[in-house]
Design a protein around this ligand. Structure first.
Ligand code: HEC
Ligand code: HEC
Ligand code: HEC
Ligand code: HEC
Length: 214
């Protein structure tokens, strides 16, 4: 056979093979590939960076409604409110303050309003060591009883520090205790864990997430 005939045979067989492959791909001769899973976006609940509460200081800075803190809109100056108790010596929270749920400490050992609020001037806090503090200074109030946690907070081991690692570039800021803890029932409630990463391999099943206690 002449060389040119050989070349022609090889080339045309290659062309046939490629055409066959093209047809195979076109008509999906090897079956359908599994469709890509649509991966739902993560619930923004798990990625938002806001703290769970907004403190008085943050409300004031944002120019929000501060009427909850206008004690003398209802109370009379020079007339300290009297604390009332039921027969088991549990504090009775009056109707007008029913959104306040008192439960400070596992045994409610710090439920008396006047342990923190100054009865003589409701718009101030009072500490055991005799300091008078503004609503915006509540972290000092917490620190007056929670010394070790306050030290941890000052050192950045408790709470949250934001701002610059390099203090030459800018300041740091620390979130106030009440941005995370409700002062009246400060136990930090449990939170749902974020979902596990989404698997890409469709044949693998994710481990079952147990419902119930978290
Ligand atoms: C919407 C009206 C209203 C506002 C605002 C208000 N109070 Fe009262 N508060 C009341 C009433 C009514 C009572 C029950 C009668 C009383 O003891 O004077 C009460 C009772 C109290 C008591 C006694 C609670 C008890 O268990 O017996 C304290 C302490 C108190 N208030 C503190 C405050 C402080 C601090 C503020 C501001 C941060 C404030 N209140 C704002 C209406 C109000
Ligand atoms: C452990 C200290 C502490 C005790 C005890 C306490 N408070 Fe407070 N209270 C605070 C702090 C701190 C704030 C301000 C929190 C903030 O910046 O959001 C506050 C805010 C308030 C406010 C205004 C905002 C709101 O939540 O309505 C009222 C009214 C109030 N307290 C009433 C009371 C009454 C009534 C009692 C007793 C039944 C009481 N507090 C007991 C620390 C305390
Ligand atoms: C007058 C003293 C006093 C002040 C002021 C005070 N606490 Fe407490 N706190 C206590 C006591 C007492 C307990 C209960 C400790 C115990 O039972 O072992 C407690 C318990 C707690 C707990 C644990 C709650 C739990 O159920 O496990 C947290 C969190 C807390 N406080 C946060 C705060 C924050 C935030 C502030 C400031 C708004 C604050 N405390 C102000 C005395 C205080
Ligand atoms: C950025 C949020 C955040 C800030 C700010 C913060 N805490 Fe906490 N704190 C928490 C969380 C979350 C827990 C619960 C940890 C757990 O349950 O294991 C906690 C736990 C606690 C406890 C209970 C510790 C225990 O051993 O049971 C105390 C007391 C407390 N905080 C006091 C404070 C005080 C006082 C401040 C301010 C000086 C403060 N926290 C600031 C988030 C915060």
């Amino acid at each position: 056979m002449r060389d040119s005939t050989k070349t022609a045979i090889v080339l045309s067989s290659l062309a046939v093979v490629f055409l066959a492959l093209a047809a195979g791909f076109l008509f999906k001769a090897w079956g359908q590939t599994a469709p890509l899973q649509t991966i739902p976006l993560v619930d923004p609940e798990f990625i938002k960076t806001a703290t769970v509460r907004v403190s008085y200081a943050e409300l004031a800075a944002a120019g929000e409604d501060l009427s909850d803190f206008d004690c003398y809109g209802c109370h009379e100056k020079g007339k300290p409110p009297t604390l009332r108790f039921d027969e088991n010596h549990n504090l009775i929270v009056p109707e007008e303050h029913k959104d306040i749920v008192m439960g400070h400490g596992r045994n409610s050992r710090n439920n008396l309003c006047t342990n923190c609020h100054d009865e003589a001037n409701l718009e101030l806090f009072q500490t055991r060591d005799g300091r008078e503090l503004k609503f915006s200074e509540s972290t000092q109030l917490c620190g007056s009883c929670h010394g070790p946690t306050f030290r941890d907070w000052e050192a950045g081991a408790h709470g949250r520090t934001s701002g610059y690692w390099n203090r030459d570039l800018g300041p740091i800021s620390r979130k106030d205790c009440v941005s995370c803890h409700n002062p009246h029932s400060p136990k930090f409630p449990g939170r749902h864990p974020a979902p596990p990463p989404h698997i890409l391999h469709p044949t693998l099943k994710p481990a079952p997430v147990s419902e119930g206690e978290h």
